[in-house]
Every structure is written in structure tokens, then in C-alpha cells.
Write a protein that binds this ligand. Structure first.
Ligand code: SF4
Length: 247
């Protein structure tokens, strides 16, 4: 088995910090939810209110399985396999027509742990590729998040924040230079994505935003921030502000 690049070593095994009380932990998805609507985050993460099972979760894990097959050099198996579900078949065709099929990821499902404001933030990056020639400095990385759903609403404060945190993790956890990073959100069904090239100031701004959000979480600020996304929120039936916003 080839040796894993030092900068991408798994961070799961890091020891717990010694403190008098356990540190709160947040997942990247929880923080993205907080950036959108703190109340939604509270109901999801703190109260753990039940949410309807969404088919997108199954689709998401299928797509990640395809990427892993590509990483293992088994892309031809993917092309040959027959998919009975037309929805999934359409998604698979879109994935097979995408530029990612030609590129071999250097890592998939790569976990990280960020420490900020006395809190650990855990996440898992879908795939990491070497930057293509002409797209940045040699040895640079492209961090990709594959999206199987729709693009976020224009007023969604959490839009793009997941990739922002991945860029921060690449710098703070993997020791990468900000100027050698690109992040890409790839919408599989659409066959299109949104890429961002990074620099030190942009990464510092994410670090600052993260600190501010964690301060707000620690202060217990979980008020509603309604928006056009309320219509799709799993908790809208219990949320008067969301119902007013969703009309
Ligand atoms: S319905 Fe809207 S305001 Fe209410 S919790 Fe959900 S996202 Fe927040």
C-alpha cells in the first residue's frame, strides 16, 4: 500500500485535549446550518429533532462510492454496471460525463479536525485532487465537494461555507499554502461547478468568521433567521417565523 502523504494523514487519532469539562464538538454540516439559521441548527444539532429521511442521503453515498472506485482505478466497472433507478442512472450518466472521471483523486473522504475557540470542528472532504497544469502552482490541491442536490438559495448564509472551512482545514490541519489551493463545489446533475482560488487574506477571513460563529454558539444565540430556504426546512411546521417567510 503506498505511503499516505504526510499532509493528508488522518487526524481522527489525535488525542483528546485535557480539559476539566468536555469540549463541545461541532460537525461542519452543523456549522453550515448555524450560518444559515441558528434555530435550524439548534433543532438539528442540540435537540436532535427528527428529520424526514431524504433520498439525497442515499444518492450522496452512491456518488461517493463512484469516486472511490475512480480512485481505485475501477472506473470501467462503474461504466459497465447497470443502474435500475432512472434518477440514479441520470446522475451516474452526468458523473461519467464530468471531468472528474478523467482525474484520479489523491485522497477521498479525508477527515479533519479543526480547533477553534475551545471547540473542535470535524469534517470530511469528499475528494482532493492535484491541481491541473495551468490552474495554479505545481503541487497545489483542488478540494472538491460533490453536490447531488440543488444549488443553495441566494439568501442562504451557509452557501459556500462548507468549502470555506475545507480551505481553512487544508491550511491549518494539512499545512498547505493558501495560494496553492482551489476549492470546487460540483453539482453532479448540472455538470457544472463553482471554483474558488485562495490566498492568505481569504483564509484569514474564514478563520475570523468561524471564531465569530463559535462565539455566538457559546453565547447560546440560536434565534431564527428566516429566508427563502424556510420552505425546504424540515422544521418549518414548528417555526412561526419560517412559516411567515415561506408564505
Ligand atoms: S423554518 Fe426557517 S427560520 Fe425556522 S428553523 Fe427553519 S430555516 Fe430557521
Amino acid at each position: 500500500m503506498p505511503e499516505q502523504p504526510a499532509q493528508l494523514r488522518l487526524l481522527d487519532d489525535l488525542p483528546e485535549l485535557a480539559t476539566e469539562r468536555p469540549l463541545p464538538r461541532l460537525a461542519v454540516t452543523g456549522l453550515v446550518g448555524y450560518a444559515r439559521c441558528p434555530r435550524q441548527c439548534y433543532w438539528d444539532v442540540v435537540e436532535r429533532r427528527p428529520r424526514p429521511l431524504r433520498p439525497s442521503a442515499r444518492i450522496g453515498s452512491l456518488v461517493h462510492g463512484w469516486i472511490e472506485r475512480e480512485a481505485a482505478g475501477q472506473g470501467s466497472l462503474l461504466e459497465e454496471s447497470v443502474e435500475p433507478d432512472p434518477w440514479v442512472a441520470e446522475l451516474k450518466a452526468a458523473f461519467l460525463a464530468s471531468p472528474w472521471v478523467r482525474r484520479r483523486p489523491r485522497a477521498v473522504e479525508r477527515p479533519f479536525v479543526l480547533w477553534a475557540g475551545g471547540t473542535t470542528v470535524r469534517g470530511r472532504v469528499d475528494a482532493v485532487y492535484d491541481l491541473e497544469e495551468g490552474c495554479g502552482p505545481a503541487g497545489g490541491l483542488e478540494i472538491v465537494d460533490f453536490k447531488t442536490g440543488r444549488r443553495p438559495a441566494a439568501d442562504d448564509g451557509g452557501a459556500g461555507f462548507q468549502l470555506d472551512l475545507y480551505a481553512l482545514a487544508a491550511v491549518d490541519c494539512w499545512g498547505r499554502e493558501p495560494g496553492a489551493l482551489r476549492t470546487t463545489e460540483w453539482y453532479v446533475r448540472e455538470g457544472a461547478g463553482l471554483s474558488r482560488d485562495w490566498d492568505g487574506a481569504a483564509v484569514d477571513a474564514v478563520r475570523e468568521r468561524l471564531a465569530g460563529l463559535l462565539d455566538a454558539v457559546a453565547a447560546g444565540r440560536f434565534g431564527p433567521v428566516p429566508g427563502s430556504y424556510c420552505a425546504r426546512c424540515a422544521h418549518v411546521s414548528a417555526c412561526p417565523e419560517g412559516q411567515a417567510s415561506a408564505g
